[in-house]
Design a protein around this ligand. Structure first.
Ligand SMILES: *Cc1c(COP(=O)(O)O)cnc(C)c1O
Length: 405
C-alpha cells in the first residue's frame, strides 16, 4: 500500500492507515514479528554506525511491529514519536539524551508523577544534575537546562499554563518538555503551545486497556527522533514486539475512546461538584453533600489559560477530597464499576485511595480515572455508595479535618 499522508487525513483514518506502508506482508491485521535477528543483505558490507540511518539487523535496534506502532502514535501527537518499554524508560531516555545541568520539576507536595523524582535521583548519582523547582520564575534555570512540566498534573488532573512555561524556558535559552499523559491529543497539543518535547506514558490512554507498559518521547525534529532511536539501541529500551502489537491494536480505536473518556470525566466531576455545593440536590438522592469536600478538575479551574490549553475536551483523571480518610477508603472499596487500583487511562473506571501508594498525600483524597462505561451506570454506582455512607455516618463521629484540599 502507498504511504498515507497523516497530515491530510483525519485522526481516526490516520490511526487505522498510518502504518500500512511499513508492512512487507499482505496481512490486513498486523503480524507480530518476534525474530531477534535478521539476515544480512547479500552484499555483506560491514556496518558503519551513525545516528542518521535506520538499521534492520537485530530487534533491539528495529522491528517492524514497533515501527508500525510508532507510525500510529506519531499520527496522534502530530510529531515524530519514539517508543520505549515504559513511560519512565521514555523519560529516562529524554533526560540522558539532553543531559541538562539543571532540571526544574514540580515542587514536592504540589503533584507530579513520583517516578520522575526517582529518575532525577539516578541522574544526580551519575552526573550531579541539579534539581530546581517549577514556580513563576523558575529561578536558576539557565541556557540548555530543562523544565519538565507535567500537565495536567497528578493526582488533581488540573491543567498548568504550558504556553507560559514554554515562553519562560525559551527566554532563558532552556527547553520545555511536557508530560502530557493525562491529556493526549486531541485534548491538548503541547507543541502548539511551544513545548520542545512531549512525553507520554502510553501505558495509559494510548494503550488504554491496562495490559501493556509503553512510553513515548515526541519531537518535531525527525533528526532528533533518529538520534533518540540511536541512543535507544544502547539503552536497550525499545518496546517489545508483542507489546507493540497490543498497543497498535489499541490505537486503532484511540480517538473513539478518548472522546468517551473525556465526556464521562466531565460528567462525573460535575456530578460530584454539584453534590458538594447543592445540598437540596444531594438530599434528593439520599446523600449528605458535605461528604464531598472538594473536587479538583479542569472544568472547575477558572484561569483563562485552561481552555486555551485543553482545547479539545476535559480530562477524565482527577481527584476528590472526602470529609474523612475513612469515607475515602469506604468509597473506593464499595464501588461496583470502579476497580480499586492504581493507574489511569483505561477503558475500565479506576479509583484509588491515594494513601495506598503515596504516604505524603492528603489521606482523604481519592483519584478517579473515568472509563468508557455508560455514564448512567457510573453515576448510579457513585450515588449508591454515597447514600449508603450517608446513612452509616449519621451514627458515627466526624473525623480528620486537618487538610483543606
Ligand atoms: C504512569 C505515568 C508515568 C510512568 O509511566 P509508566 O508507563 O508506568 O512507566 C509517567 N508520567 C505520568 C504522568 C504517568 O501517569
Amino acid at each position: 500500500m502507498s504511504p498515507v499522508n497523516t497530515k491530510k487525513v483525519g485522526l481516526q483514518t490516520a490511526l487505522i492507515h498510518s502504518d500500512d506502508a511499513i508492512s512487507k506482508e499482505s496481512d490486513v491485521s498486523p503480524a507480530i514479528h518476534l525474530s531477534t535477528t535478521y539476515d544480512y543483505d547479500s552484499d555483506a558490507e560491514p556496518i558503519k554506525w551513525t545516528a542518521d540511518k535506520e538499521y534492520v539487523y537485530y530487534s533491539r535496534i528495529w522491528n517492524e511491529t514497533t515501527s508500525r506502532a510508532e507510525a500510529a502514535v506519531s499520527a496522534i501527537v502530530n510529531a515524530n514519536a519514539v517508543l520505549y518499554a515504559s513511560g519512565l524508560a521514555a523519560i529516562f531516555a529524554l533526560f540522558t539524551h539532553l543531559h541538562p545541568k539543571r532540571v526544574a520539576i514540580h515542587t514536592p507536595g504540589t503533584g507530579g508523577y513520583g517516578g520522575v523524582v526517582r529518575i532525577i535521583d539516578i541522574m544526580k548519582r551519575l552526573s550531579n544534575t541539579q534539581v530546581l523547582y517549577i514556580d513563576e520564575n523558575c529561578e536558576g534555570i539557565q541556557k540548555h537546562d530543562l523544565i519538565f512540566l507535567e500537565s495536567p498534573i497528578n493526582p488533581s488532573g488540573e491543567c498548568c499554563d504550558i504556553a507560559y512555561y514554554a515562553k519562560l524556558a525559551h527566554s532563558k535559552g532552556a527547553l520545555l518538555a511536557v508530560d502530557s499523559t493525562l491529556a493526549p491529543p486531541p485534548l491538548q497539543d503541547p507543541f502548539t503551545l511551544g513545548a520542545d518535547y512531549v512525553v507520554h506514558s502510553a501505558t495509559k490512554y494510548l494503550a488504554g486497556h491496562s495490559d501493556v507498559l509503553a512510553g513515548i518521547v515526541a519531537t518535531k525534529d525527525p533528526k532528533v527522533a533518529q538520534e533518540l532511536r540511536f541512543d535507544r539501541i544502547h539503552l536497550g529500551s525499545i518496546l517489545q514486539p508483542v507489546s507493540s502489537h497490543t498497543l497498535l491494536r489499541s490505537l486503532r480505536t484511540f480517538s473513539l475512546r478518548i472522546q468517551q473518556h473525556s465526556k464521562n470525566g466531565y460528567a462525573i466531576a460535575q456530578h460530584l461538584y454539584r453534590l458538594s455545593t447543592d445540598a437540596e440536590f444531594a438530599k434528593s438522592l439520599g446523600i449528605d453533600g458535605t461528604l464531598v469536600k472538594k473536587v479538583h478538575h479542569d472544568s472547575l479551574q477558572t484561569e483563562s489559560f485552561v481552555r486555551k490549553t485543553l482545547v479539545g475536551g476535559h480530562v477524565s483523571c482527577f481527584s476528590v477530597v472526602f470529609r474523612t480518610p475513612e469515607i475515602a477508603k469506604k468509597f473506593c472499596t464499595s464501588l461496583q464499576f470502579f476497580h480499586h487500583a492504581t493507574s489511569l487511562g483505561s477503558v475500565e473506571s479506576l479509583c484509588e485511595w491515594r494513601l495506598m501508594s503515596d504516604p505524603n498525600v492528603n489521606p482523604s483524597l481519592v483519584r478517579l480515572s473515568i472509563g468508557i462505561e455508560d455514564i448512567s451506570d457510573l453515576i448510579s454506582d457513585i450515588n449508591r455508595v454515597l447514600a449508603s455512607v450517608t446513612s452509616e455516618s449519621k451514627t458515627s463521629a466526624r473525623g480528620d479535618e486537618q487538610y483543606d484540599n
